[in-house]
Design a protein. Structure first.
Lengths: 366, 245
């Protein structure tokens, strides 16, 4: 009996499903080739530029963020408009590690304190900076801090049965508040300049082909791992309870499930994934500042998922790559148009393609 | 071990000055089948909301066995063994018939257990038995969204059977059913009462007669009359407010 598979009624149209699976595998393999092609001589037609490797690596991190949003929104119906905050917190955790690794190589040459602290007259490292000289600790914090914030915000909201647009507004306020806080110099996170001028990670100088390739593959591995984890999760009974919560929350309660516990589980997991994505994003782009908390970033990430098709996981990846490719191209040819196009895209998808690109694909292959 | 019974005493629910329930008292014995009738706004649904934890009473006692239901949330009350079928059938559209029943199956309800859940042979058999009983065996793999209204009613009844509750609250189960389906439902409810208490709220007096149970008449949030269907149908107060309209 096929009754125990696929929670979202996607079991029909198996050839399309296999086609999609094959396409994803090929896409991942092609992506994995990019850093290798970067090693070709400069005059080769197949040579991929440093820029392309770095930008694609960035998109892969965005794809993980999109996946995290889709897990919460597409499956459990939790529309967070503040996931950029979890992403940025993960990024800041990694940024703190990278700052500590600069050591005495800063402009002021202080043996321990980062430049901005010397400039602001700090005498010693604030307590919350301790431990960040260790890589595993920084990675742990990149998961723990977003996870904890999601737990607190989620617990207070879900327990009080704040759902739908009200929850979305709370998460917007959360990321906005964090942005304002991180802009302040006395928070100890570099104020509006944030962190930059990183030197190395795990002993590898950052501005090298090797570092870019390493970070690229790390991001790709994170993406593949997250996809496998999410796929597995939504295929379990836990995943089916989440879908049930999305479609008829109170009915789930009357069946004896604690809706709060289930929502909290998926929301925290989603925040942890977003944090890890942010942690890999920062060494790839070489900077993190409070602008990453901007409410618009979180909304943009939700649009990726809507464009790709929510509740499908694959759609989130498709949306993240396609919208960001469009953005990279458009902001180079007509930068003023981007926000209008983004808004138009969202309206168009909502009205004409409620199931996103994946829905279009499914219709075409039926 | 004897099964618990339901005990409501002096229960009032006030919404913005409106008394939805007014000093309502009701006792349902273990294994009893009870029909509740009353005109619109009599407080039937509010009564179910109070028992299942959706609404907190303003005053009064609600107990199920030793448990004080006024202090518990919906999930805990459901886990005590109180199942509820809604007036408007509520099933999970995106899930298949089989998956809907699987979620209702009595099993640990925490996220971790659900993550590690594997469907055993015995559970599968139980689900198949219930699918047989509600006539949906052939639709096992279909999403609930494409079922007819009557089939959705049956699926929800099936979900209640999976929960294996000690007290079953059923709100207008035969709305939208054909005569034959109605008869089938009455037979099913009569059969499952005895092992558990069943409280049925219904407008359809023919159906209530077919249940052949004690009847409670609600009016303006309080109990107006109680007894066999013939007793209440001949009660002059009942005739005045309800039947005689």
């Amino acid at each position: 009996m096929s009754a125990t598979t696929a929670p979202t009624g996607t079991t029909r149209g198996i050839p399309a499903r296999q086609l999609l699976r094959g396409a994803i595998l090929i896409a991942i393999l092609l992506l994995a080739l990019l850093p290798l092609l970067n090693h070709l001589p400069a005059d080769s037609a197949f040579r991929v530029s440093d820029f392309t490797v770095a930008v694609t690596g960035k998109w892969i991190c965005y794809a993980v963020l999109a996946l995290a949003i889709d897990l919460a929104w597409g499956y459990a119906g939790i529309l967070s408009l503040g996931h950029g905050a979890f992403f940025a917190l993960g990024g800041y955790a990694m940024g703190m590690h990278l700052m500590r690794l600069i050591g005495p190589r800063g402009v002021y040459g202080h043996p321990v304190l980062p430049d901005f602290m010397v400039f602001l007259g700090y005498r010693e490292l604030p307590w919350y900076w301790l431990g960040f000289d260790h890589f595993p600790y920084a990675i742990l914090m990149a998961m723990l801090v977003p996870g904890l914030l999601a737990f607190v915000v989620g617990y207070l909201s879900f327990r009080s049965r704040i759902t739908g647009v009200y929850f979305s507004i709370i998460t917007q306020a959360m990321t906005y508040a964090l942005m304002l806080a991180f802009f302040r110099n006395d928070m100890g996170f570099g104020g509006n300049n944030g962190f930059t001028d990183f030197k190395e990670l795990l002993g590898v100088p950052l501005n090298t082909q090797a570092a870019r390739a390493g970070l690229f593959y790390a991001a790709l591995a994170l993406l593949a791992g997250s996809l496998v984890l999410c796929r597995h999760l939504v295929g379990t009974k836990l995943g089916r309870v989440l879908v049930a919560v999305r479609d008829a929350e109170s009915r789930v309660r009357f069946l004896g499930y604690s809706v709060t516990a289930f929502k909290l589980t998926v929301f925290v997991l989603s925040a942890v994934l977003a944090g890890l994505a942010g942690a890999l994003y920062v060494p790839l782009v070489g900077i993190i500042n409070p602008g990453e908390f901007a409410p618009g970033n979180s909304i943009e990430a939700v649009i990726w998922v809507a464009v790709g098709g929510r509740g499908t996981l694959i759609g989130a990846l498709l949306g993240a790559f396609s919208v960001n490719a469009l953005k990279t191209w458009l902001t180079s040819v007509a930068p003023d148009l981007w926000l209008f196009v983004l808004g138009g895209l969202f309206v168009a998808v909502t009205v004409f393609l409620p199931r996103g690109l994946i829905g279009l694909f499914r219709r075409a292959t039926k | 071990m004897s099964k618990p019974g339901l005990y409501m005493d002096g229960v009032s629910v006030v919404f913005d000055g409106f008394r939805a329930l007014n000093n309502l008292s009701l006792i349902v014995d273990p294994g009893e089948l009870r029909a509740i009738i009353g005109p619109n706004g009599a407080g039937k649904t509010t009564m179910m909301d109070v028992i299942t934890g959706k609404t907190r009473p303003t005053a009064g006692t609600v107990r199920f066995g030793d448990a004080d239901l006024t202090r518990m949330d919906e999930a805990r009350i459901a886990n005590l063994g109180i199942g509820r079928k809604f007036q408007k059938p509520t099933v999970f559209d995106a899930l298949t018939v089989f998956e809907n029943l699987e979620l209702a199956l009595k099993a640990p309800r925490d996220p971790w257990s659900c993550l590690r859940w594997a469907l055993g042979g015995e559970s599968r058999k139980r689900i198949e038995t219930v699918m047989e009983e509600i006539g949906l065996s052939a639709r096992a793999g279909d999403p609930a969204a494409i079922l007819s209204h009557g089939q959705r009613q049956w699926l929800e009844i099936g979900m209640l059977l999976m929960q294996d509750p000690d007290l079953l609250l059923v709100d207008e189960p035969v709305a939208g059913m054909t005569d034959q389906e109605t008869e089938h439902t009455a037979a099913l409810l009569r059969r499952i009462a005895g092992q558990r208490s069943v409280v049925v709220v219904e407008h359809d007096l023919e159906f209530v007669r077919a249940l052949n149970s004690k009847v409670t008449v609600l009016h303006e949030g309080t109990m107006l009359s109680e007894g066999s269907i013939d007793t209440v149908q001949n009660d002059p107060r009942v005739i005045e407010v309800y039947l005689g309209r």
